[in-house]
Design a protein around this ligand. Structure first.
Ligand SMILES: *[C@@H]1O[C@H](CO)[C@@H](O)[C@H](O)[C@H]1NC(C)=O
Ligand SMILES: *[C@@H]1O[C@H](CO)[C@@H](O)[C@H](O)[C@H]1NC(C)=O
Ligand SMILES: *[C@@H]1O[C@H](CO)[C@@H](O)[C@H](O)[C@H]1NC(C)=O
Length: 395
């Protein structure tokens, strides 16, 4: 008994030391995620209307082409778009084709935890869901890129929540639609009521989750840094104490079994993913799952009436999303199932293309980590070439 306690203490000490030694500044991590493969990089900071300071990573390309902004999903970061290296990651594939590539990081992830007046240690900082990301973060990034590159329009590629926030922005601030030459949404999380992942059951236990967050005053989920549980898993995996099979079993429990992740790359993924989010993002998805709707945050009847003028939160007005949209989805996705994306397509007025992934077991994270995802990326990048700057495809 005592021996095993001592052993555990020693292991924890060793792991913590590994973590501290390996801890790198966020800006260094971002820079390294691109320069390690020999590509040029620029880091940019963008401040939102409500004071959040976001990190944008640029892999500069030829001028004269519309820039492309690529945005990650929940708990992810820009690093996931580089982690498979050249020839395999969308960032480098797009860059090789001469595109001016911009990778976003939304508020609350490892790389966007600064604010003009708040510290991420204050609970105030975490009072946002994907709604605020769509309303403030995405417009700030879009305007910054357009101004910095003097481009009238940009291309957009988003995965999962990267799709959600596009739809929030384009429906709530419709003047943004004309700023996009083309929009590519991979498994956009709008309607999710056919989701079967155990993670959705968790997020839909709304009252318990909210109570727990308030009691413990911890509003950040899956955050990183020395001492965080995910950094322990990463260090444990790196030193061989946590076997790869155990990590994969846990991942597949959530997203469905699909043995498609390169084992070398897996170790790298764990270094920065998950990258943290606010509990309110999970709660908002949980609400939409239960309500079978794509709607604004539910604050309860009293505050809903003050805010929205109705007891039930309004749905996002998808008929206002007029930018040209391409949808990519899969039958094997248990977070954003094919039938929910089909329903979304029916609601959107300007879907120019729908692409169902051919692989039956292709799951929600294969868009990032599948060893053959480069085929999908090449298809998306090829279609950027065909979009002229005024948003019409040159046919
Ligand atoms: C773009 O941003 C960089 C970094 O802040 C700055 O040095 C450069 O002058 C900007 N270019 C334009 C055209 O705004
Ligand atoms: C897995 O990734 C490593 C490192 O990027 C690479 O050298 C190797 O060729 C990859 N393996 C396969 C089967 O693609
Ligand atoms: C792009 O245009 C070329 C020439 O018009 C065409 O052959 C190709 O299929 C198009 N590619 C995509 C992805 O739309």
């Amino acid at each position: 008994m005592a021996g095993s306690v001592v052993l555990k203490l020693i292991l924890t000490l060793v792991l913590c030391t590994v973590q501290v030694l390996c801890a790198k500044k966020p800006a260094e991590v971002l820079r390294h995620s691109v320069t390690r493969y020999g590509y040029p990089v620029e880091l940019h900071k963008v401040t939102t209307q409500d004071g959040y300071i976001l990190s944008l990573v640029r892999i500069p390309g030829k001028s004269g082409k519309a820039p492309v902004l690529i945005l990650h999903g929940l708990l992810s970061s820009s690093v996931d778009w580089t982690v498979q290296g050249p020839d395999k990651s969308i960032s480098f594939i797009a860059s090789d084709e001469g595109n001016d590539v911009w990778l976003g990081n939304v508020r609350g992830n490892t790389f966007s935890k600064e604010h003009k007046t708040l510290s991420s240690k204050e609970s105030e900082f975490w009072h946002f869901s994907f709604h605020e990301i769509g309303l403030y973060d995405l417009p700030a990034m879009v305007d910054y890129i357009r101004s910095n590159t003097s481009s009238d329009t940009i291309h957009y590629v988003g995965h999962s929540q990267g799709g959600t926030v596009f739809l929030v922005m384009a429906s709530m601030r419709p003047d943004y639609n004309r700023k996009f030459a083309s929009v590519h949404l991979m498994a956009p999380a709008a309607y999710i009521y056919h989701a079967t992942s155990p993670a959705v059951d968790f997020a839909s236990r709304i009252d318990e989750l909210e109570m727990f967050a308030k009691l413990t005053r911890s509003y950040e989920i899956g955050g990183r840094g020395p001492g965080s549980s995910m950094d322990l898993v990463y260090a444990g995996h790196k030193t061989g104490l946590v076997p790869t099979s155990l990590v994969l079993t846990n991942i597949w429990y959530l997203v469905g079994v699909h043995d498609s992740i390169n084992r070398t790359v897996l170790g790298e993924i764990l270094a920065n993913t998950p990258a943290g989010c606010s509990v309110y993002q999970l709660l908002h998805y949980g609400q939409n799952y239960l309500a079978k709707s794509f709607q604004m945050y539910d604050y309860g009847p009293v505050r809903n009436i003050q805010r929205y003028g109705s007891k039930i939160p309004p749905e996002y007005p998808l008929q206002k999303v007029t930018a040209p949209i391409m949808l990519y989805y899969s039958a094997g996705d248990n977070f954003v199932p094919a039938e929910d994306v089909e329903e979304l397509a029916d609601q959107l007025p300007n879907v120019v293309h729908k692409h169902m992934i051919g692989l039956r077991k292709w799951n929600h994270i294969d868009y990032l980590f599948d060893g053959s995802a480069h085929r999908l990326y090449r298809m998306i990048v090829a279609s950027l070439r065909n979009q002229s700057a005024d948003g019409n495809s040159r046919k």
